[in-house]
Design a protein around this ligand. Structure first.
Ligand SMILES: C[S@@+](CC[C@H](N)C(=O)[O-])C[C@H]1O[C@@H](n2cnc3c(N)ncnc32)[C@H](O)[C@@H]1O
Length: 275
C-alpha cells in the first residue's frame, strides 16, 4: 500500500473514532435507560451467553478470561460477573464515559476490569482469552475497520476460543433489507451497517472464524415503532419513513397498527464462531 493511502486510512479511522467517542459521551449517562433494541433483547442474549460460557469443554476453560469487546457500560459483563466468580472479565471500550458510568452501576469489586482502549490495538498478550463477546457493537464498524478488529481478536483468542457476536440483524431480502439498513443510519448516524445474518457469517468466515451452529440462535421481537424512534434522532423523518414505506416492505417487516401505535418485527441473533 502507498504511504498516502496508509495516511488516508489512518485519518479515516481517527475521524471515525472521534465521531464514536463524541456520540457515546453524550449518551453514556442515560444509555441503559432507553427503550431500544438493547433493552428489549438483553434477556435473550444474557441467557444464551450464560449457557454457552458455563459449558467448560476442558480444564483450560475453567478459569476463563472473557473479553467484552466494545463493552459500553458493560451490562452483560456485570451480569456475567454475578455467576462466574472464577472468571476474569475485561470490559474494553474506546469511550471512557461509557466505562465510567458502567462502573457506577457495578456491584462486584473484582469483575469486570474496565479498560479504555481501541479495539484495533488491544492491550493484552496473545492467546489470553477463551471468550470474546461483542454485543451491539458490530453495526458501528464498517467492513474495513472490522478487518483490523478481527485480526486483533484472533491474536488475543486462545486456540478453540469462541467469538460471540450479538446484534440486531437486517432482513435478508429486499426491499425490507435496504429499508432497515437506511432507517438505522437515519435514526443514529453513528450506526454504520446493520448486517444480515449471511453478511455477518461471511464477514467472519473471511477472517478464519467458523460458525458453530449448535450455539447460534436468533429470535424475533415486536417493537413499538413510535416509542423506539422517539428515543433517537430525526423522529420527524424516521417515523414517516416507516409509515410511508411500500406495501412489500410493510408486509416483510410485519408492520401493524394496534390502537394508536405501530409495531414491527426485528430479529436479533447470537452468532458463535470458533477459530
Ligand atoms: C452501541 S455501543 C454497545 C455497547 C455494549 N456492548 C452494549 O451492548 O450495550 C457501541 C460501543 O462501541 C464503542 N466503540 C466504538 N468504536 C470503538 C473502537 N474502535 N474500539 C472499542 N470500542 C469502540 C463505543 O464507545 C460504544 O460504547
Amino acid at each position: 500500500m502507498k504511504t498516502e493511502d496508509i495516511f488516508e486510512q489512518n485519518l479515516q479511522q481517527l475521524e471515525g473514532n472521534v465521531q464514536q467517542i463524541a456520540h457515546f459521551r453524550n449518551r453514556a449517562g442515560t444509555y441503559e435507560k432507553r427503550y431500544d433494541f438493547r433493552s428489549i433483547t438483553f434477556d435473550f442474549f444474557a441467557d444464551q451467553l450464560t449457557k454457552l460460557v458455563k459449558i467448560t469443554p476442558d480444564e483450560n476453560f475453567k478459569y476463563r478470561n472473557i473479553l467484552d469487546f466494545a463493552s459500553g457500560t458493560g451490562d452483560l459483563s456485570r451480569y456475567l460477573a454475578q455467576s462466574l466468580n472464577e472468571s476474569r472479565i475485561y470490559a474494553v471500550d474506546l469511550t471512557f464515559d461509557m466505562l465510567f458510568n458502567g462502573n457506577k452501576l457495578n456491584i462486584s469489586d473484582e469483575n469486570p476490569v474496565w479498560v479504555c482502549a481501541n479495539g484495533i490495538q488491544l492491550p493484552f498478550s496473545d492467546d489470553k482469552f477463551q471468550f470474546v463477546m461483542m454485543k451491539f457493537a458490530l453495526h458501528h464498524f464498517d467492513d474495513s475497520l472490522t478487518k483490523f478488529m478481527l485480526s486483533e481478536i484472533r491474536r488475543v483468542l486462545t486456540t478453540n476460543g469462541f467469538v460471540i457476536v450479538m446484534d440486531v440483524i437486517s432482513p435478508e431480502q429486499n426491499p425490507s433489507k435496504d429499508f432497515f439498513k437506511t432507517l438505522n443510519v437515519m435514526r443514529e448516524p453513528a450506526n454504520r451497517n446493520y448486517r444480515t445474518k449471511t453478511e455477518i457469517q461471511e464477514l467472519f468466515h473471511g477472517h478464519g472464524l467458523k460458525l458453530v451452529t449448535d450455539y447460534s440462535k436468533t429470535h424475533t421481537y415486536q417493537i413499538c415503532v413510535e416509542k423506539w424512534l422517539r428515543e433517537f434522532y430525526f423522529f420527524e423523518n424516521t417515523l414517516p419513513f416507516v409509515l410511508n414505506s411500500d406495501e412489500i416492505t410493510k408486509n416483510q417487516i410485519n408492520l401493524q397498527k394496534v390502537c394508536d401505535f405501530h409495531f414491527m418485527d426485528i430479529q436479533a441473533g447470537m452468532f458463535v464462531f470458533q477459530m
